[in-house]
Design a protein around this ligand. Structure first.
Ligand SMILES: Cc1cc2nc3c(=O)[nH]c(=O)nc-3n(C[C@H](O)[C@H](O)[C@H](O)COP(=O)(O)OP(=O)(O)OC[C@H]3O[C@@H](n4cnc5c(N)ncnc54)[C@H](O)[C@@H]3O)c2cc1C
Length: 336
């Protein structure tokens, strides 16, 4: 079951060269327990791997890389207003979204085509086009790697916020997400207000419904984001910084075209892509890496890069944005 010196370059969408010292795929809870009960693997540091689409891997991943490979999805309950649908962590996220739409379980359409697995979706509370996974997530079953026991987290216990959760903070490294249950409405509630979704549905001459929204989201994403199979990337490399109304006001005086969105509590989210573009980084290369020519927020591997190349570029972008705008942007992918 345990392999050594495994090449991870095709298991991370940035396509970084990386070798796992030890590697195992788990398909059942028994697989996890047997690794936890083995004195050798138990004492190693564990790195949980889904689709590798939100990771910056070092050249060597020490300890044990555990690929989550459990599969399955099903309707587990319903009430007057909702379907309760459960998916195992190793399911591909977009396959699961398409499964829900085929069965008339609505809600996840705006999250179509986000790469990665179901199990990683709660880690950073994935979001796109005005919807976040927290809006439809009911509960998460985890395996506690300290005790080997399973533990259920309610939506509130996951402590979701913008691209963040309990699992990315205090719970990191301790809880292996094993399955996720979603509460999906029987009556659809369309989210058309964000980005170009409405325009894209209309351009296709279709009426807006969850399926046509999913198709529109897929088309927009394919036109804007580089396909990781063709050019290595991890989607948006930086989170949109959240600033006070006062900071935004000040910036607007010198940059009237600043792009921002209300975030609640009187705060604003600034478009990190706009800041990076205006700092002059769109399309710029630094060795084998660069900021994508069509979308400044996406860091791309033009071939042969390692994690040092990625962080050296990311650090320069952060520093430049800080100097030009006085705002600090933070990377979104996780550094192992
Ligand atoms: C082209 C592209 C577009 C993207 N667009 C979006 C977007 O629109 N919105 C968005 O939010 N994200 C986006 N992302 C980022 C990424 O798709 C998500 O963060 C996704 O949820 C990562 O899933 P994964 O399975 O690949 O996780 P991985 O990259 O394998 O892991 C990410 C983190 O989660 C942990 N992890 C993985 N599985 C488990 C588990 N079962 N239990 C506990 N911890 C686990 C890992 O240890 C790691 O810390 C994009 C990425 C790409 C490449």
């Amino acid at each position: 079951m345990i392999q050594t010196q495994v090449d991870l370059s095709h298991l991370n969408t940035l396509q970084l060269r990386s070798i796992a010292e030890h590697y195992a795929e788990v398909r059942s809870a028994e697989d996890v327990l047997s690794l936890l009960n083995d004195s050798e693997t138990k004492s190693m540091s564990w790195h949980l791997l889904g689709g590798g689409s939100n990771l910056v891997l070092p050249s060597v991943v020490s300890g044990l890389t555990v690929k989550i490979g459990n599969h399955g999805r099903s309707l587990v309950d319903e009430d007057k207003d909702f379907w309760f649908v459960k998916a195992q962590a190793g399911e591909v996220w977009d396959d699961f979204v398409q499964f829900t739409l085929q069965h008339g379980y609505w809600g996840l359409e705006n999250l179509s085509l986000i790469p990665g697995t179901v199990g990683a979706a709660p880690i950073q509370n994935i979001g796109a086009y005005g919807v976040e996974v927290k809006d439809y997530l009911w509960e998460v079953t985890c395996l506690d790697l300290r005790t080997g026991k399973s533990k259920v987290f309610t939506n509130a216990e996951c402590r979701f916020s913008y691209r963040d959760s309990f699992f990315k903070q205090e719970g990191a490294g301790r809880y292996l997400v094993w399955d996720v249950t979603f509460r999906l409405p029987k009556k659809n509630q369309l989210h058309l207000e964000y980005g170009d979704i409405k325009k894209e549905v209309e351009r296709r001459g279709l009426a807006a419904n969850p399926k046509t929204i999913s198709e529109a989201v897929i088309a927009i994403r394919q036109s804007k984001l580089p396909d990781p199979k063709v050019i290595g990337n991890a989607g948006s490399f930086f989170k949109n910084p959240i600033v006070s109304a006062e900071t935004r006001e000040k910036l607007l005086q010198t940059h009237p075209d600043l792009v921002s969105f209300p975030y609640g509590n009187g705060e604003f989210k600034l478009a990190a892509g706009w800041l990076i573009d205006r700092a002059g980084w769109k399309g710029k290369k630094l060795g084998p890496v660069g900021m994508y020519e069509k979308q400044a927020l996406v860091l791309v591997n033009h071939g042969g890069a390692n994690s040092e190349d990625v962080w050296s570029l990311a650090d320069q972008v952060v520093r430049d944005v800080e100097t030009k705008f006085g705002v600090t942007i933070e990377p979104e992918p996780i550094r192992w």
